[in-house]
Design a binder for this molecule. Structure first.
Ligand SMILES: NC(=O)c1ccc[n+]([C@@H]2O[C@H](COP(=O)([O-])OP(=O)(O)OC[C@H]3O[C@@H](n4cnc5c(N)ncnc54)[C@H](O)[C@@H]3O)[C@@H](O)[C@H]2O)c1
Length: 425
């Protein structure tokens, strides 16, 4: 296969993660450029992948001024900064791996899809769950007809109590105006999966309820401080930044989320980050406004139904729980490991093992899904065959429109009707 040359636009957590694919498959993939306003991030990528100075940039807009020098871009900028680089890179003829959500408004999502189609470039939206081995197995089992006709799906995203506090109370996805609403930021994958699993049966109606329940000033414990490092009731708080970060770094743990709060993940730097930065704030005194729990109900064609729950207050971290109920059996996935099918005819349960990435790969995030996603994108670009990508422009757009519709249902407290082209009223 032809080696794919790519530029990382946004060298943060996700961008530097995807770049690791080069370490696993240097003959298939090479990072040849990087753009990020944070100099130390550019430098780390530049040194790791031997990128020449002229291919390092402090902003995506600087990069797109250059003549095309790669096959693809990996756009991993913050949510509100997806449309600019995606449209400009499509116009330059780059194939695009774009982090989810595609963009934070419907109009921007449409413009990205149109730009990719207009320029005949491939777009892979990082709905990583489509590449997640247990969830891929669920799709395969549905299609193999082992449970007959699918009548109902129940799907839950347990975010994890500390993960929610990290990302959605103290962190980058805490407020709508600087990011987006939590159903789009966190669960656009999941609504995409429900559409994917229902196959040719289109969603026709949605309703939704949800709110920010807990992380508010009125729930602040008596005697609590403004920062966990000097809070007298911290020991009794599950959301204590000392517990979430300092205890981990003291145990020599250096990965996510430690590496998010400090470029140098050691005890001294993390302590300083908690003393002065956003991640040391009391969770009841942050400028957060996104929902910490939300449910969405769906009707699909022929009366099939589905329900989705996004919930912050869980032990499990992002390990989806799924039940698919069919006319002849049910499928159970615990979001990792095997998937089980119970057959109503034989009263037997069958275990179905799921794929794992090649051993020793660097890109193990999302239960191996990050590896399979990159594998599919690189294969598609290398062979010029978009069929390897399961989340192309129109498919990803339809899933995003469903998320916007669900959020409208929540805000307006009404049932929203979805049209054939996924516009809604
Ligand atoms: N697929 C998933 O499961 C998943 C998981 C986490 C995050 N995400 C998404 O991935 C994206 C990136 O998230 P992250 O966690 O890596 O965030 P991050 O903050 O770690 O990285 C974003 C990077 O973009 C850089 N950036 C900002 N402005 C830029 C500009 N003008 N030009 C170039 N770079 C610029 C920032 O400096 C930062 O380094 C977000 O949209 C996020 O929602 C997806």
């Amino acid at each position: 296969m032809k080696q794919v040359k790519a530029v990382i636009i946004g060298a943060g957590s996700r961008g530097s993660g995807y770049a690791l694919f080069q370490l696993d498959f240097p003959h298939r993939f090479k990072v040849v450029g990087v753009a990020d306003p944070i100099k130390i991030r550019v430098k780390k990528i530049q040194e790791k992948y031997s990128i020449p100075d002229e291919h390092t940039f402090s902003d995506w807009s600087e990069f797109v001024k250059c003549d095309k020098f790669a096959d693809a871009v990996i756009v991993t900028t913050p949510d509100i900064l997806h449309k600019g680089p995606a449209v400009a890179c499509a116009d330059k003829g780059y194939h695009i791996l774009l982090e989810k959500p595609m963009a934070v408004t419907e109009e921007d999502c449409r413009q990205i899809a149109q730009a990719c189609e207009r320029n005949n470039v491939m777009l892979a939206v990082c709905h990583v769950l489509r590449y997640h081995p247990p969830l891929m197995k669920v799709k395969e089992l549905i299609e193999s007809d082992v449970i007959g006709d699918v009548v109902n799906i129940q799907h839950t995203e347990p975010i994890g109590y500390w993960h929610f506090a990290h990302s959605f109370v103290r962190g980058n996805w805490r407020e709508e105006k600087s990011s987006t609403f939590s159903l789009l930021a966190k669960s656009c994958h999941d609504l995409d999966l429900l559409r994917y699993w229902m196959g040719k049966h289109r969603c026709t109606q949605v309703s939704s309820f949800g709110s920010l329940q807990h992380f508010k000033k009125e729930n602040k414990p008596v005697g609590a401080g403004s920062r966990c490092l000097d809070c007298s009731v911290e020991a009794n708080c599950p959301y204590s930044a000392k517990k979430i970060y300092l205890d981990k770094v003291e145990m020599k743990y250096r990965e996510w989320p430690i590496n998010v709060i400090s470029e140098i993940p050691d005890v001294e730097s993390v302590t300083e980050a908690l003393r002065s930065g956003p991640y040391g704030r009391c969770v009841y005194e942050c400028d957060n406004d996104v929902c910490d729990n939300q449910v969405v109900n769906f009707t699909f064609e022929e009366g099939r139904t589905a329900s989705f729950t996004m919930i912050a207050f869980t032990e499990k971290v992002c390990q989806r729980q799924t039940k698919v109920y069919g006319t002849r059996g049910e499928i159970t996935s615990e979001g990792k490991g095997p998937v089980y099918v119970y057959d109503f005819n034989t009263n037997k349960t069958t275990r179905h093992d799921t794929a794992t990435p090649p051993s020793g790969t660097h890109l193990g995030g999302h239960g191996g899904a990050d590896h399979f996603l990159m594998d599919a994108f690189v294969r598609a670009v290398s062979t010029n065959d978009a069929s390897h990508i399961s989340t192309g422009p129109q498919d990803a757009l339809a899933s995003h429109l469903l998320v916007f519709a669900a959020e409208k249902a929540r805000r307006e407290n009404r049932i929203i009707t979805i049209n054939e082209d996924y516009t809604y009223q």
